[in-house]
Design a protein around this ligand. Sequence first.
Ligand code: AMP
Ligand code: MG
Length: 341
Amino acid sequence: MQRRAVLFLLACIPFFTACAIIPISKSSPPPAPVTLKRAQFLMGTLVEITAVAPSDAIAQASLTASFQEIRRLENLLSTWIETSELYRVNQAAGLKPVGVSAETFDLLRRALEVAEYTEGGFNIAIGPAVRLWNIPEAPRIPSAMELDIAAQYVDYRRIRLDAARRTVFLEKSGMRIDIGGIGKGFAAEKAAAVMREIGATGGLVAVAGDFRVFGRRADGTAWPIGIQHPREPGKILATLDATDEAVSTSGDYERYFMQDGVRYHHILDPKTLQPARLCQSVTIIAPDATTADALATGVFVMGPVRGLALAERLGLGAVIVDAGGGISISSHARNRVKLFP
Ligand code: AMP
Ligand code: MG
Protein backbone atom coordinates (compact mmCIF):
# COMPACT_ATOMS: atom_id res chain seq x y z
CA MET A 1 0.00 0.00 0.00
CA GLN A 2 2.74 2.38 1.05
CA ARG A 3 4.81 1.45 -2.01
CA ARG A 4 1.78 2.22 -4.22
CA ALA A 5 1.39 5.63 -2.70
CA VAL A 6 5.06 6.41 -3.30
CA LEU A 7 4.78 5.24 -6.89
CA PHE A 8 1.68 7.36 -7.40
CA LEU A 9 3.49 10.42 -6.07
CA LEU A 10 6.51 9.72 -8.26
CA ALA A 11 4.21 9.39 -11.25
CA CYS A 12 2.74 12.78 -10.45
CA ILE A 13 6.08 14.61 -10.34
CA PRO A 14 6.23 15.37 -14.08
CA PHE A 15 2.66 16.72 -13.86
CA PHE A 16 3.43 18.98 -10.87
CA THR A 17 6.65 20.12 -12.50
CA ALA A 18 4.83 20.95 -15.69
CA CYS A 19 2.20 22.88 -13.73
CA ALA A 20 4.95 24.77 -11.99
CA ILE A 21 6.86 25.51 -15.15
CA ILE A 22 4.20 26.18 -17.77
CA PRO A 23 2.70 29.41 -16.31
CA ILE A 24 6.16 30.89 -15.75
CA SER A 25 7.44 30.10 -19.19
CA LYS A 26 4.25 31.52 -20.75
CA SER A 27 4.12 34.83 -18.80
CA SER A 28 6.29 37.70 -20.05
CA PRO A 29 8.79 39.29 -17.65
CA PRO A 30 7.39 42.22 -15.60
CA PRO A 31 7.76 45.53 -17.48
CA ALA A 32 10.82 47.57 -16.54
CA PRO A 33 9.86 50.61 -14.42
CA VAL A 34 9.67 53.93 -16.24
CA THR A 35 11.46 57.00 -14.87
CA LEU A 36 10.28 60.49 -15.83
CA LYS A 37 11.40 63.88 -14.58
CA ARG A 38 9.83 67.33 -14.90
CA ALA A 39 10.61 70.80 -13.55
CA GLN A 40 8.39 73.84 -13.00
CA PHE A 41 8.70 77.20 -11.31
CA LEU A 42 6.30 77.18 -8.33
CA MET A 43 6.24 78.66 -4.81
CA GLY A 44 8.81 81.19 -5.99
CA THR A 45 11.39 78.50 -6.74
CA LEU A 46 12.34 75.63 -9.02
CA VAL A 47 10.43 72.45 -8.28
CA GLU A 48 11.87 69.23 -9.74
CA ILE A 49 9.97 65.97 -9.52
CA THR A 50 11.09 62.50 -10.59
CA ALA A 51 8.63 59.62 -10.82
CA VAL A 52 9.29 55.88 -11.07
CA ALA A 53 6.22 53.91 -12.15
CA PRO A 54 5.18 50.64 -13.79
CA SER A 55 4.13 52.47 -16.98
CA ASP A 56 4.71 55.69 -18.85
CA ALA A 57 1.05 56.65 -18.35
CA ILE A 58 1.26 56.27 -14.55
CA ALA A 59 4.55 58.16 -14.38
CA GLN A 60 3.09 61.02 -16.48
CA ALA A 61 -0.11 61.12 -14.42
CA SER A 62 1.74 61.17 -11.12
CA LEU A 63 3.96 64.03 -12.29
CA THR A 64 1.00 66.07 -13.51
CA ALA A 65 -0.93 65.47 -10.29
CA SER A 66 2.00 66.28 -8.00
CA PHE A 67 2.66 69.62 -9.70
CA GLN A 68 -1.06 70.37 -9.50
CA GLU A 69 -0.95 69.57 -5.79
CA ILE A 70 1.89 72.02 -5.21
CA ARG A 71 0.04 74.72 -7.18
CA ARG A 72 -3.09 74.05 -5.11
CA LEU A 73 -1.13 74.40 -1.86
CA GLU A 74 0.53 77.57 -3.07
CA ASN A 75 -2.91 79.07 -3.69
CA LEU A 76 -4.10 77.93 -0.28
CA LEU A 77 -1.09 79.03 1.74
CA SER A 78 0.85 81.80 0.01
CA THR A 79 0.76 84.95 2.12
CA TRP A 80 1.11 86.96 -1.12
CA ILE A 81 -1.97 85.61 -2.94
CA GLU A 82 -4.97 87.69 -1.90
CA THR A 83 -7.43 84.81 -2.08
CA SER A 84 -5.32 82.47 0.10
CA GLU A 85 -6.38 81.43 3.58
CA LEU A 86 -3.21 82.71 5.20
CA TYR A 87 -3.59 86.06 3.45
CA ARG A 88 -7.01 86.36 5.09
CA VAL A 89 -5.57 85.32 8.45
CA ASN A 90 -2.92 88.05 8.19
CA GLN A 91 -5.49 90.63 7.07
CA ALA A 92 -7.62 89.87 10.12
CA ALA A 93 -4.74 90.32 12.61
CA GLY A 94 -6.02 92.00 15.77
CA LEU A 95 -9.57 91.89 14.45
CA LYS A 96 -11.06 88.43 14.43
CA PRO A 97 -10.40 84.67 14.18
CA VAL A 98 -10.52 83.25 10.67
CA GLY A 99 -11.85 79.80 9.80
CA VAL A 100 -9.36 77.72 7.80
CA SER A 101 -9.17 74.32 6.11
CA ALA A 102 -7.94 71.28 8.02
CA GLU A 103 -4.71 71.41 6.00
CA THR A 104 -3.89 75.00 6.86
CA PHE A 105 -4.73 74.33 10.48
CA ASP A 106 -2.47 71.28 10.51
CA LEU A 107 0.41 73.25 8.98
CA LEU A 108 0.09 75.99 11.62
CA ARG A 109 -0.17 73.45 14.42
CA ARG A 110 3.02 71.76 13.22
CA ALA A 111 4.76 75.12 12.92
CA LEU A 112 3.88 76.04 16.53
CA GLU A 113 5.05 72.62 17.71
CA VAL A 114 8.46 73.16 16.08
CA ALA A 115 8.57 76.65 17.63
CA GLU A 116 8.39 74.97 21.03
CA TYR A 117 11.04 72.33 20.19
CA THR A 118 13.44 74.96 18.92
CA GLU A 119 12.85 77.29 21.88
CA GLY A 120 11.45 79.92 19.55
CA GLY A 121 14.25 79.64 16.97
CA PHE A 122 11.64 78.62 14.44
CA ASN A 123 8.95 81.27 14.51
CA ILE A 124 6.27 81.81 11.86
CA ALA A 125 5.29 85.11 13.50
CA ILE A 126 8.55 86.49 12.02
CA GLY A 127 6.57 88.03 9.11
CA PRO A 128 6.95 91.76 9.98
CA ALA A 129 10.75 91.38 10.22
CA VAL A 130 10.99 89.36 6.98
CA ARG A 131 9.12 92.20 5.29
CA LEU A 132 11.53 94.82 6.62
CA TRP A 133 14.60 92.98 5.33
CA ASN A 134 12.85 92.07 2.10
CA ILE A 135 15.62 89.70 0.99
CA PRO A 136 16.24 89.24 -1.91
CA GLU A 137 13.70 91.54 -3.62
CA ALA A 138 14.86 94.96 -2.38
CA PRO A 139 17.33 94.23 0.39
CA ARG A 140 18.42 96.91 2.82
CA ILE A 141 19.47 96.98 6.45
CA PRO A 142 16.48 98.13 8.55
CA SER A 143 17.11 100.75 11.23
CA ALA A 144 17.21 99.79 14.92
CA MET A 145 13.97 101.67 15.40
CA GLU A 146 12.21 99.76 12.66
CA LEU A 147 13.38 96.48 14.16
CA ASP A 148 12.27 97.55 17.64
CA ILE A 149 8.80 98.21 16.34
CA ALA A 150 8.68 94.90 14.43
CA ALA A 151 9.78 93.09 17.62
CA GLN A 152 6.39 93.86 19.18
CA TYR A 153 4.66 91.68 16.60
CA VAL A 154 6.78 88.52 16.41
CA ASP A 155 5.53 86.57 19.43
CA TYR A 156 4.31 83.21 18.10
CA ARG A 157 2.42 82.57 21.36
CA ARG A 158 -0.03 85.19 20.21
CA ILE A 159 -1.05 83.02 17.26
CA ARG A 160 -4.20 81.43 18.68
CA LEU A 161 -5.33 78.14 17.21
CA ASP A 162 -8.84 77.00 18.15
CA ALA A 163 -9.07 73.31 17.24
CA ALA A 164 -12.80 73.03 18.02
CA ARG A 165 -13.75 75.87 15.70
CA ARG A 166 -10.71 75.35 13.41
CA THR A 167 -9.88 79.05 13.48
CA VAL A 168 -6.69 81.09 13.62
CA PHE A 169 -6.43 84.42 15.37
CA LEU A 170 -3.43 86.74 15.34
CA GLU A 171 -4.06 88.58 18.57
CA LYS A 172 -2.35 91.83 17.68
CA SER A 173 -2.92 94.06 14.71
CA GLY A 174 0.37 94.22 12.77
CA MET A 175 1.19 90.53 13.30
CA ARG A 176 1.94 88.57 10.15
CA ILE A 177 2.47 84.85 9.60
CA ASP A 178 5.32 83.82 7.27
CA ILE A 179 5.49 80.16 6.27
CA GLY A 180 8.65 80.49 4.16
CA GLY A 181 10.49 78.17 6.56
CA ILE A 182 7.99 75.25 6.48
CA GLY A 183 5.73 75.60 3.42
CA LYS A 184 8.03 74.02 0.86
CA GLY A 185 8.52 70.91 2.96
CA PHE A 186 4.76 70.70 3.59
CA ALA A 187 4.14 70.91 -0.17
CA ALA A 188 6.84 68.31 -0.95
CA GLU A 189 5.26 65.94 1.58
CA LYS A 190 1.79 66.26 0.04
CA ALA A 191 3.09 66.02 -3.54
CA ALA A 192 4.88 62.76 -2.73
CA ALA A 193 1.67 61.35 -1.17
CA VAL A 194 -0.29 62.16 -4.34
CA MET A 195 2.31 60.41 -6.50
CA ARG A 196 2.07 57.27 -4.40
CA GLU A 197 -1.75 57.31 -4.57
CA ILE A 198 -1.61 57.40 -8.36
CA GLY A 199 0.68 54.40 -8.47
CA ALA A 200 4.24 55.67 -8.63
CA THR A 201 6.49 53.15 -6.87
CA GLY A 202 9.27 55.64 -6.31
CA GLY A 203 9.74 59.36 -6.44
CA LEU A 204 11.79 62.39 -5.56
CA VAL A 205 10.19 65.79 -4.97
CA ALA A 206 12.70 68.62 -4.72
CA VAL A 207 11.35 72.05 -3.80
CA ALA A 208 14.55 74.13 -3.72
CA GLY A 209 16.53 72.67 -0.77
CA ASP A 210 13.68 70.50 0.51
CA PHE A 211 13.73 66.90 -0.72
CA ARG A 212 11.13 64.20 -0.13
CA VAL A 213 11.82 60.72 -1.48
CA PHE A 214 9.83 57.51 -1.40
CA GLY A 215 10.41 53.99 -2.71
CA ARG A 216 13.43 53.35 -4.86
CA ARG A 217 14.88 54.29 -8.20
CA ALA A 218 14.17 52.13 -11.27
CA ASP A 219 17.35 50.10 -10.71
CA GLY A 220 16.32 49.34 -7.13
CA THR A 221 18.83 51.66 -5.50
CA ALA A 222 18.13 54.46 -2.99
CA TRP A 223 18.01 58.15 -3.97
CA PRO A 224 21.37 59.89 -3.71
CA ILE A 225 21.00 63.37 -2.20
CA GLY A 226 23.76 65.94 -2.37
CA ILE A 227 24.22 68.60 0.32
CA GLN A 228 25.45 71.87 -1.18
CA HIS A 229 28.72 73.34 0.11
CA PRO A 230 27.68 76.62 1.79
CA ARG A 231 30.71 78.59 0.61
CA GLU A 232 31.62 76.99 -2.73
CA PRO A 233 28.74 77.34 -5.20
CA GLY A 234 28.21 74.18 -7.24
CA LYS A 235 30.35 72.07 -4.91
CA ILE A 236 28.84 69.19 -2.95
CA LEU A 237 29.74 69.10 0.75
CA ALA A 238 28.34 65.63 1.43
CA THR A 239 26.02 62.98 0.05
CA LEU A 240 23.66 60.43 1.51
CA ASP A 241 21.35 57.75 0.13
CA ALA A 242 17.73 58.26 1.09
CA THR A 243 14.58 56.10 0.98
CA ASP A 244 11.14 57.02 2.37
CA GLU A 245 12.30 60.14 4.19
CA ALA A 246 13.00 63.83 3.80
CA VAL A 247 16.20 65.84 3.64
CA SER A 248 16.00 69.63 4.05
CA THR A 249 18.79 72.17 3.99
CA SER A 250 18.66 75.78 5.18
CA GLY A 251 21.64 77.91 4.24
CA ASP A 252 22.83 81.50 4.47
CA TYR A 253 23.91 81.23 0.81
CA GLU A 254 20.40 80.77 -0.57
CA ARG A 255 19.16 84.36 -0.38
CA TYR A 256 21.49 87.05 0.81
CA PHE A 257 23.25 90.30 0.04
CA MET A 258 26.69 91.55 1.04
CA GLN A 259 27.31 94.98 2.51
CA ASP A 260 30.67 96.17 3.86
CA GLY A 261 31.93 92.61 3.80
CA VAL A 262 29.02 91.34 5.93
CA ARG A 263 26.56 88.72 4.71
CA TYR A 264 22.91 89.53 5.33
CA HIS A 265 20.69 86.53 4.66
CA HIS A 266 17.07 85.45 4.90
CA ILE A 267 17.00 83.35 8.09
CA LEU A 268 16.36 85.72 10.97
CA ASP A 269 16.97 85.21 14.65
CA PRO A 270 13.61 86.01 16.27
CA LYS A 271 15.42 87.39 19.35
CA THR A 272 17.40 90.06 17.47
CA LEU A 273 15.54 90.18 14.13
CA GLN A 274 19.00 90.14 12.55
CA PRO A 275 20.19 87.33 10.25
CA ALA A 276 21.06 84.31 12.44
CA ARG A 277 24.84 84.16 12.84
CA LEU A 278 25.72 80.76 14.28
CA CYS A 279 25.57 78.55 11.15
CA GLN A 280 26.33 78.53 7.44
CA SER A 281 24.02 75.64 6.72
CA VAL A 282 21.88 73.02 8.44
CA THR A 283 20.59 69.79 6.91
CA ILE A 284 17.93 67.76 8.71
CA ILE A 285 16.98 64.19 7.80
CA ALA A 286 13.51 63.31 9.09
CA PRO A 287 10.67 60.89 8.29
CA ASP A 288 8.57 63.71 6.80
CA ALA A 289 9.38 66.87 4.86
CA THR A 290 7.32 69.28 6.98
CA THR A 291 9.39 68.45 10.07
CA ALA A 292 12.67 68.44 8.12
CA ASP A 293 12.01 71.87 6.59
CA ALA A 294 10.89 73.61 9.78
CA LEU A 295 13.64 72.05 11.89
CA ALA A 296 16.38 72.96 9.39
CA THR A 297 15.35 76.62 9.72
CA GLY A 298 14.92 76.38 13.51
CA VAL A 299 18.20 74.55 14.14
CA PHE A 300 19.97 77.11 11.95
CA VAL A 301 18.84 79.77 14.43
CA MET A 302 19.67 77.64 17.51
CA GLY A 303 23.23 77.10 16.31
CA PRO A 304 25.46 74.01 16.28
CA VAL A 305 25.52 73.22 20.01
CA ARG A 306 21.86 73.51 20.97
CA GLY A 307 20.80 72.44 17.48
CA LEU A 308 22.79 69.22 17.57
CA ALA A 309 21.48 68.44 21.06
CA LEU A 310 17.92 68.87 19.77
CA ALA A 311 18.54 66.56 16.80
CA GLU A 312 19.91 63.94 19.18
CA ARG A 313 16.91 64.31 21.47
CA LEU A 314 14.48 63.91 18.57
CA GLY A 315 16.49 61.05 17.08
CA LEU A 316 16.95 62.84 13.75
CA GLY A 317 19.82 63.13 11.31
CA ALA A 318 21.54 66.53 11.24
CA VAL A 319 24.54 67.91 9.36
CA ILE A 320 25.44 71.33 10.71
CA VAL A 321 28.06 73.65 9.24
CA ASP A 322 28.88 76.25 11.87
CA ALA A 323 29.85 79.87 11.29
CA GLY A 324 33.54 78.95 10.98
CA GLY A 325 32.88 76.12 8.50
CA GLY A 326 33.23 73.32 11.11
CA ILE A 327 30.95 70.34 10.48
CA SER A 328 29.00 68.39 13.12
CA ILE A 329 26.90 65.34 12.32
CA SER A 330 24.30 63.83 14.65
CA SER A 331 24.67 60.19 15.64
CA HIS A 332 21.66 59.20 13.49
CA ALA A 333 23.36 60.55 10.37
CA ARG A 334 27.00 59.74 11.08
CA ASN A 335 27.10 56.34 9.37
CA ARG A 336 25.05 57.51 6.41
CA VAL A 337 26.58 60.81 5.38
CA LYS A 338 29.66 60.76 3.17
CA LEU A 339 31.69 63.96 3.39
CA PHE A 340 33.50 65.15 0.29
CA PRO A 341 37.14 66.22 0.63
P1 AMP B 1 14.26 78.04 4.88
O1 AMP B 1 14.87 78.30 3.55
O2 AMP B 1 13.36 76.85 4.93
O3 AMP B 1 15.27 78.01 5.98
O4 AMP B 1 13.26 79.24 5.19
C1 AMP B 1 13.69 80.57 5.22
C2 AMP B 1 12.47 81.44 5.15
O5 AMP B 1 11.71 81.27 6.35
C3 AMP B 1 12.80 82.92 5.05
O6 AMP B 1 12.90 83.33 3.71
C4 AMP B 1 11.59 83.55 5.77
O7 AMP B 1 10.49 83.61 4.89
C5 AMP B 1 11.27 82.54 6.84
N1 AMP B 1 12.02 82.74 8.09
C6 AMP B 1 13.10 83.54 8.34
N2 AMP B 1 13.52 83.42 9.61
C7 AMP B 1 12.70 82.51 10.20
C8 AMP B 1 12.60 81.95 11.51
N3 AMP B 1 13.45 82.29 12.48
N4 AMP B 1 11.60 81.07 11.75
C9 AMP B 1 10.73 80.71 10.80
N5 AMP B 1 10.77 81.19 9.54
C10 AMP B 1 11.74 82.07 9.23
MG1 MG C 1 12.94 75.46 6.38
